[in-house]
Ligand binder design. Structure first.
Ligand SMILES: Nc1nc2c(ncn2[C@@H]2O[C@H](COP(=O)(O)OP(=O)(O)OP(=O)(O)O)[C@@H](O)[C@H]2O)c(=O)[nH]1
Ligand SMILES: [Mg+2]
Length: 347
């Protein structure tokens, strides 16, 4: 059976509305991949997450390979509190932190290195199977060279590219093989089956992405997803305050800050969105007026409160980060289904 070169699905020419459809079975790419690659268009297809169960079976078939676990930079900041690495405990893992270009310019390469060296040191105590770690992008020019050197040191010829949906697995393979044969897109769930590619004596295996129940992207509708997706270097929106204020991010997040004296709050989100600010006493009115916007999947936003002495970084996977500094009380109203992480990392 012939498979699509872009997403791995079995090609078929019978059902137009189903996955894998091609007019002519001689074609190499299914219609979904064609539309995604040429028009960035996903409107004809609902998001097709592949179940984690199916993905774990794929991993199992390649158990003697090296597993390159690719992490979105924002997910990486809370990796210690996440369960991602438990999926890979039986395999040799090369941790690859991707999309470092999204971090604001004031966070230097050195700082990023420091953050992850410290984190890796602690992860190594728990997971003995992490054989190496790398950062992408910031070292763009020499990345491929370093990567192949590492494979040669590790004496491995079979490499699985794994991780959460949308982390950049297929893009990374395309970069390594200097080709665009795999379909990539801004939508999670692009790769549908495993795809093997032979390159310079290596067998690279692309895989579908694991669904993350703690990521906003898993719950947002297409419109909100497009609004929230961070694709470029973040320019934080920073507010100083000396009286209670409420901040709203388009129905997806509300933060109330009640400072003791002075405080500041920074939002690290998609730059195309502007945070709406109002006095704290008007916050509930604003919330009620825009209530239907705030209700995602029926549940209203859930509230967590924190007393902050100096500074705290909150991470909302798939949405961004919020940093609060100064002695204050903070109420964070975020999507009830999604875990609100606090990170020890200082940025
Ligand atoms: N800013 C930035 N974006 C990236 C980087 N790598 C990938 N992307 C973007 O991330 C999105 C997802 O990329 P894919 O390669 O399709 O991700 P994937 O992990 O294969 O996704 P699935 O197949 O859905 O699991 C695309 O919009 C890419 O352009 C990166 O290093 N920096
Ligand atoms: Mg992919």
């Amino acid at each position: 059976m012939k498979k699509c070169k872009g997403c791995g699905i079995t090609l078929q020419n019978k059902e137009k509305e189903s996955l894998g459809y091609v007019v002519d079975l001689d074609q190499d790419y299914c219609q979904r991949c064609f539309r995604l690659s040429h028009y960035g268009d996903i409107s004809h297809f609902k998001t097709n997450y592949v179940s984690n169960e199916k993905i774990l079976k794929i991993y199992n078939r390649y158990s003697s390979s090296l597993f390159v676990v690719i992490l979105d930079i924002i997910d990486a900041l809370v990796l210690k509190s996440d369960d991602l690495l438990s999926f890979f405990k039986d395999y040799n893992v090369l941790l690859l932190i991707n999309k470092t270009d999204l971090l604001p310019d004031n966070i230097t390469e050195r700082k990023v290195d420091q953050i992850f060296s410290k984190m890796l040191f602690e992860l190594n105590k728990k997971y003995r199977n992490i054989v190496a770690a790398m950062l992408t992008n910031k070292y763009e020019n020499r990345f491929n060279e370093q990567f192949f050197d590492l494979l040669s040191d590790l004496k491995t010829a079979s490499v699985v590219f794994a991780g959460r949906a949308n982390a950049g697995k297929s893009s990374l393979i395309n970069k390594l093989i200097a080709d665009k044969s795999l379909t990539t897109s801004m939508y999670p769930g692009t790769t549908l089956e495993e795809i093997e590619i032979m390159y310079k004596g290596y067998r690279f295996i692309d895989t579908p992405g694991l669904v993350d129940v703690n990521n906003y992207a898993t719950y947002l509708n297409l419109e909100k997803y497009k609004l929230s997706k961070i694709a470029k270097t973040i320019k934080p929106q920073i507010f100083q305050l000396n009286e209670p204020q409420s901040y709203f991010y388009d129905g997806m997040l509300r933060v109330d800050v009640l400072p003791k004296d002075k405080a500041s709050i920074s939002f690290y989100i998609n730059n195309d969105n502007k945070i709406h600010r109002t006095r704290y006493e008007n916050g509930d009115d604003y919330y009620q007026k825009h209530y239907c916007e705030f209700v995602l999947r029926v549940k209203p936003l859930a509230v967590n409160d924190y007393g902050i002495k100096d500074s705290r970084l909150f991470v909302l996977k798939g949405l961004g980060m919020v940093k609060v500094s100064g002695e204050c009380l903070v109420y964070i109203h975020s999507l009830a289904n999604v875990r609100l992480y606090t990170s020890e990392v200082e940025i």
